[in-house]
Design a protein around this ligand. Structure first.
Ligand SMILES: Cc1cc2nc3c(=O)[nH]c(=O)nc-3n(C[C@H](O)[C@H](O)[C@H](O)COP(=O)(O)O)c2cc1C
Length: 417
């Protein structure tokens, strides 16, 4: 019988709960390796896309995450152990998952009816072990989505805290009932005059698709006479001011790209540094966008965002959801430029709509997402015609980026155990 290899990344402070974690795997016929990531230097993914388009399979960030990538190419099961914040995996845990992207390549295909990136190596099963007040339903769905992206199955979600009663309480955003400021906030912020916009993408502002979306959206706000101030979290020097603005303004929009099925670890870190008690009410709304164009790719992220305002002492101004933003990155091609001009113009319209309604909780905003899923005929046409065109486009882009290796290169395969 072949023995399965399992990698467990313990992202808790200084390998916390090590014995408890070992005990979980004690009776499994698997070769287990547990790595305490608190002992390693691991940075946030900065969304540069070099691991797909410039140095396929190799991350540009030269920290100690490469140790993990080299191990992942020879395991079947991958577990992450993390603390929870806002009912979800905390930023330290999410950080090791955002960095997993080199395990996929740039090429796109349909798997189980969803748009997916091709695997660079082999399928990977994924499981999540957590500490603290996690929203179990959310975490289970998220783990399943992560596993499917890797063409594997979910190994499940396990709580390290035995108090089940406590866990059930955590399934509801805890502050919802205790902070009844929703109506006050809606009244005071229904017709905004000034809006704080936070770009939650880790990608530098000049390359950020979120920034392009914000600029288009803000044109709509300006047309309606609303001013705004933008903060970009990719620039750490703006964090203090962004925090101050978050705490002292009554109308805030966070615009954010989907990263591994939910928020980027960088934004999760920023949010976890905010005080939870506010002196004045505020309305918090979101623009959530992602690379793939199907609406359902973004629904888990949307669900999480809907639970956030109450946990930050704010009322919820809704979530504007749209996919297909990857195309905004490269607008030199005239066909892509035409398509993306149209997309950006639609964001300007949504800026005007937000100015009129003071929220994204409108039928107009709901319609904005577009189709949840590609129709069967779309999938057939993609496989017959568009797949090759898209592939060529990616290869052309890679050439422009100075890439000298095939996009489906497997740089760590030779180093397998
Ligand atoms: C690490 C990483 C993970 C991503 N995960 C997803 C995902 O799960 N689903 C998706 O549709 N797009 C995903 N994307 C694509 C981004 O959401 C998309 O390219 C977006 O336009 C990036 O915006 P930005 O340039 O402001 O960062 C991911 C991108 C990166 C770099």
């Amino acid at each position: 019988m072949t023995i399965k290899m399992t990698l467990v990344l313990n992202t808790l402070e200084s390998g916390d709960c090590s014995e408890q974690i070992k005990a979980l795997f004690a009776d499994k016929n698997e070769e287990i390796e547990i790595i305490n990531t608190a002992d390693l230097k691991i940075m946030h993914c900065m969304g540069c896309n070099n691991c797909w388009l410039k140095t396929p399979g190799i991350c540009t960030i030269k920290d100690e995450y490469e140790i993990i990538l080299k191990k992942l190419v020879s395991v079947e099961n991958f577990w992450v152990v993390a603390d929870t914040k806002f009912g979800f995996i905390d930023y330290r845990g999410k950080r090791v998952l955002d960095r997993i992207v080199p395990m996929l390549n740039m090429y796109i295909e349909f798997r189980d009816g969803w748009e997916r990136h091709q695997l660079r190596y082999h399928p990977l099963n994924f499981g999540f072990i957590y500490k603290g007040n996690g929203n179990r339903e959310l975490l289970e769905e998220w783990s399943m989505r992560v596993a499917r992206n890797m063409a594997g199955r979910s190994l499940g979600v396990i709580s390290l805290d035995k108090d089940e009663a406590q866990e059930n309480i955590a399934e509801m955003p805890p502050e919802t009932a205790a902070t009844p400021i929703e109506n006050v906030a809606l009244e005071t912020a229904a017709t905004p005059e000034h809006i704080i916009i936070i770009n939650g993408s880790p990608r530098v502002k000049k390359n950020s698709n979120t920034n392009k979306i914000i600029q288009a959206f803000a044109e709509g706000l300006e047309e309606a006479g609303i001013t705004h101030k933008l903060y970009s979290l990719s620039n750490h020097a703006e964090w203090d001011e962004a925090r101050e603005a978050f705490m002292t303004n009554d109308n805030i929009i966070i615009a954010v790209p989907l990263f591994v099925e939910c928020l980027p670890s960088l934004l999760l870190e920023f949010l976890s540094t905010l005080p939870t008690e506010r002196k004045q009410p505020a309305k918090l709304s979101f623009i959530l966008h992602g690379g793939f164009d199907e609406g359902h790719q973004l629904r888990l992220g949307e669900k999480f965002l809907q639970s956030l305002p109450a946990q930050l002492g704010c009322s919820c101004g809704g979530v504007l959801v749209k996919g297909g933003s990857f195309l905004l990155r490269n607008r030199e091609n005239s066909y892509i430029k035409k398509m993306t001009d149209k997309m950006l113009a639609s964001y300007t319209k949504m800026g005007l709509s937000f100015a009129r309604n003071g929220s994204f909780s409108t039928p107009e905003a709901q319609k904005f997402t577009g189709p949840e899923k590609n129709p069967k005929i779309g999938v057939i046409l993609f496989n017959l015609i568009f797949k090759r065109i898209v592939k060529k486009n990616f290869e052309r882009m890679a050439q422009e980026w100075g890439c000298t290796r095939p996009l489906n290169d497997k740089p760590y395969l030779a180093q397998q155990r």
